[in-house]
Design a protein around this ligand. Structure first.
Ligand code: ATP
Length: 520
């Protein structure tokens, strides 16, 4: 190559440079430098003003009022706004929380807690990317919402990253920010939510939840979710499997479901059939609620299940003849709920002929029942295939404390353990806590079922017996939850400050439909 007529190789070692240098005068560089930085500051300001328009817009209006009309008028506007804000917060706390309190708290939490360590946290957990030009990219936080219980950071993933990559780093992130628990939820293509739980509302026992006078069968309040919201179970057209080691609290899950249905049992739009192979130890205290019941005699238990199949087939024929394709429960055609406690006894430990009959009846109910208003709710300790070969027919799974980590995916489906459903790590001292995997939603939801004492169960059976069952009502036992215990969560009795952490103001409402975030 020639430079100014000389070969480059010939210039080597002569001290002559092959590049030409231009010296830019100071009167050009200083204004350029200032202009560049001013433009950056303005861009930053505009970007943040647009992001936090909820703060910048009122501020702008106030400044305009001040400039146009004077200080007194600006103060008057401010006082009016505050009064309206207070009225809004008092009258409609949920919408106030979603629109104002959570975003404001989110900005505060991001600024004071997360922002400073965000880059090192991403770097330390291996979520940053470096280009060959040594440019470092960090997943951006697009917004933050906070309650007293949980901080939710919305993240944009880097190219090539998946929600599973972030979920795998959740434990690391939890330790960076000193959270009680950290979970990751996919939000949409390229977006995830990282939830940092500041505390665990599930350490408190959940008192029995009051059922709706007319229960909504696709939104039954049965448990408290970790977020502080009530967990609503969708039972209509679903079959529920409750798995948990001995003493995990399966009874509380079963009775929470029954309680949420109780007024409908009394009115006749829900009909319960109970099978309790433990000789009635679990279900008998609520005998008055069951239209059909069997607990000691194996033949009676099998007969009950087979009768349910016959009834279901008859209903199917009737609905078909009437041309009805969508089942709506009524007093004539109630939602039939077949409750089976300790299902393993009937599917694995009973004599061969009993096992065969039970398996056949249950498989028919599970595969055909949902369209015609037959739902099976079953509890068992051991979820292995040898014990329950047809567990996949249960569309709705609840896993309480399990004895082995390998059982988690068996109950909740592949990947549940990886996504944080550590059922084997639930302490034995916290019965009633478990994870629920709902259809359509990948993330298991951590919940605690309400706890009904024997007294609560007999009281419930006395208040809402099935039609024609008053003979089974008994005198109510003493011994509900001790009203003076302070580690009991009682919905509806929270103080106003506690209220901001529970059901009505939490950003998420968990539904069994899979739309677990109605906020967006
Ligand atoms: N939701 C709950 N909240 C608080 N305590 C609970 C809850 N559920 C159960 N318990 C406590 O745990 C104990 C065991 O619960 P439960 O009998 O329901 O377990 P289980 O899973 O049915 O056990 P098993 O299979 O051995 O019958 C109960 O006696 C009760 O004291």
């Amino acid at each position: 190559m020639l430079v100014n007529g000389t070969r480059v190789e010939d210039l080597a070692g002569t001290g002559l440079t092959t590049r030409q240098r231009y010296v830019v005068p100071l009167w050009v560089t200083v204004p350029l430098f200032l202009a560049r930085h001013t433009a950056r500051a303005v861009a930053w300001l505009v970007r943040h003003a647009l992001t936090y328009w909820g703060i910048s817009l009122p501020l702008l209006v106030l400044l305009l009022v001040w400039a146009r009309f004077g200080r007194l008028e600006a103060v008057t506007v401010l006082v009016w706004w505050m009064a309206l804000g207070l009225a809004w917060a008092y009258r409609w706390p949920a919408s106030f929380s979603t629109a104002v309190a959570q975003p404001a708290r989110g900005v505060w939490r991001w600024t004071t807690k997360y922002r400073r360590r965000w880059h090192p946290a991403m770097d330390g957990t291996g979520l940053t990317r470096m280009t060959p030009e040594r440019q470092v990219y960090v997943p951006a936080v697009t917004r933050v919402r906070s309650t007293a219980v949980v901080d939710t950071l919305h993240l944009r993933l880097l190219h090539g990253q998946t929600p599973a990559d972030v979920a795998a780093r959740a434990e690391g992130l939890r330790h960076v920010y000193g959270a009680h628990r950290c979970s990751v939820i996919e939000d949409g293509p390229g977006r995830v939510r990282v939830l940092f739980y500041a505390k665990d509302p599930l350490r408190r026992i959940v008192a029995p939840l009051d059922p709706a006078p007319t229960p909504v069968l696709d939104a039954l309040p049965v448990a408290l979710a970790e977020s502080g919201a009530l967990f609503l179970l969708w039972l209509l057209g679903r079959h529920v499997l409750i798995a948990g080691a001995s003493g995990a609290g399966k009874g509380s899950a079963v009775w929470s479901i029954v309680r949420s249905l109780a007024p409908a049992v009394r009115s006749g739009t829900v009909r319960l059939r109970g099978v309790d192979p433990k000789g009635g130890m679990e279900l008998f205290p609520g005998r008055a609620l069951f239209a059909e019941y069997a607990d000691e005699d194996l033949t009676a238990m099998v007969a009950l299940l087979e009768r349910a199949v016959t009834d279901m087939n008859a209903r199917k024929q009737r609905l078909k003849a009437a041309g009805l394709r969508v089942f709506v429960p009524s007093e004539d055609d109630p939602l039939e709920v077949i409750l089976v406690d300790e299902l393993a006894f009937l599917t694995a430990y009973a004599p061969k002929d009993v096992k065969a009959k039970v398996a056949s009846a249950l498989q028919v109910l599970l595969s055909q029942g949902r369209a015609v208003g037959y739902s099976v709710v079953a509890a068992l300790q051991d979820p292995r295939k040898e014990v329950l070969p047809f567990r996949d027919l249960f569309t709705y799974r609840i896993a309480l404390r399990l004895s082995e980590d390998s059982h988690v995916d068996m109950v909740l489906g592949d990947g549940a353990l990886e996504r944080g459903a550590a059922c084997h790590l639930i302490p034995a001292g916290l019965p009633g806590i478990g994870y629920v995997r709902v259809e359509g939603a990948a993330e298991p939801v951590r919940v605690r079922f309400s706890y009904l004492t024997d007294a609560d169960i007999t009281d419930m059976a006395n208040r809402w017996p099935a039609p024609g069952n008053t003979a089974w009502t008994t005198s109510t036992l003493p011994g509900s939850l001790d009203p003076d215990m302070d580690d009991i969560y009682r919905p509806g009795t929270e103080t106003r400050s506690e209220k901001s952490t529970v059901a009505d103001v939490y950003p998420f409402r968990y539904w069994t439909k899979g739309e677990h975030d109605l906020d967006d």
